[in-house]
Design a protein around this ligand. Structure first.
Ligand SMILES: *Cc1c(COP(=O)(O)O)cnc(C)c1O
Length: 301
């Protein structure tokens, strides 16, 4: 049976030319290296859900995602590695015809895909809808979209063991904010934690994040949503050029949905003097590289 992580995460300093004029250090925590398709942070978010499903004697995991979802493919691979089956409820009937590389990957890990209308998909948090699904897929344990929820946060806390003392700033890309929340809960309050949200107007996720934080930590992190490049999943030539340049200088591949937008933002913040000169910044590489398949031809990596 496959094991995850296949490879331990490690910290890689960026090329000094990238930051030395502004701060003491910028490094990346390479969670992306743990597995070729199980996106860095997704495995950590899923681990306690998988355990609970196994303990409950479930036959498989049922979860939700779009046609490019890192979470869906991570769930398919992680479930298979644990000897569990998986079902993916996929947003949009049309997704069935245009099977994306992500969905093909899901199928290759044994996931059964069920395509539903956008209206049905929007009921993903609805208790009644879950009851219907439980009725139909009896032995399946339901995990929310993106692995959000308390067990996802608890799983993300374990990422902190790869973050040594001495870093002053932690930067992480945030979709649901689950990963940020776990890291915030686990680290010393003196450490600055910032989330870079790739959705337009994405700072609204603070509401969800605060649900999982004790009150005294509600203002203990910052969200930046300036670098969405038009919205979730959107990209332009500038972003792609940035990804290529970043790879050439640092030998680190970024994904177009999350980590590229974060590093673009960090670079602008460095130049704008946002960080103090003695800052030691650790950016979390949360993975997601499978999502680059649609722009493969434009990338140098
Ligand atoms: C899902 C994902 C995120 C967002 O994680 P959240 O815990 O939902 O905030 C960030 N980066 C990558 C590569 C992801 O796949």
């Amino acid at each position: 049976m496959a094991t995850i992580p296949e490879r331990e995460p490690f910290i890689q300093p960026l090329n000094a030319d990238w930051y030395q004029q502004y701060v003491e250090e910028v490094s990346m925590l390479r969670l992306d290296v743990i597995h070729p398709v199980v996106s860095g942070n997704k495995w950590y978010k899923l681990q306690y859900y998988l355990k609970e499903a196994q303990q409950a004697g479930a036959e498989g995991i049922l979860t939700f995602g779009g046609a490019y979802s890192n979470h869906l493919v991570a769930t398919a691979a992680a479930a298979q590695a644990c000897g569990l089956k998986s079902i993916g409820i996929v947003r949009g009937i049309h997704a069935a015809e245009t099977q994306t590389p992500t969905l093909k990957e899901c199928v290759s890990f044994g996931m059964k895909l069920i395509f539903v209308t956008k209206e049905e998909y929007d009921r993903k948090y609805d208790a009644e809808y879950h009851a219907t699904l439980n009725e139909k897929y009896k032995a399946y344990y339901i995990v929310d979209e993106g692995g959000a929820g308390e067990l996802g946060v608890k799983g993300s806390e374990t990422i902190a063991k790869y973050i040594p003392e001495g870093y002053t700033h932690i930067c992480v890309s945030s979709g649901t904010g689950t990963t940020l929340c776990g890291i915030r809960r686990a680290l010393n309050e003196q450490v600055n934690v910032s989330g870079y949200v790739p959705m337009k107007g994405g700072a609204y996720i603070s509401k969800d994040i605060n649900n999982y934080l004790p009150a005294h930590l509600h203002n203990s992190y910052t969200l930046f949503d300036d670098w969405h490049f038009g919205g979730f999943g959107k990209k332009n030539d500038e972003l792609v050029e940035f990804m290529n340049a970043f790879y050439q200088v640092n030998k680190i591949p970024l994904d177009m949905v999350y980590t590229a937008k974060m590093m673009y933002g960090v670079k602008q913040q460095l130049a704008a003097g946002h960080f103090p000169k003695n800052a030691r910044i650790l950016c979390i590489h949360t993975g997601g590289l499978q999502g680059n398949s649609t722009i493969k031809d434009k990338l140098v990596y």
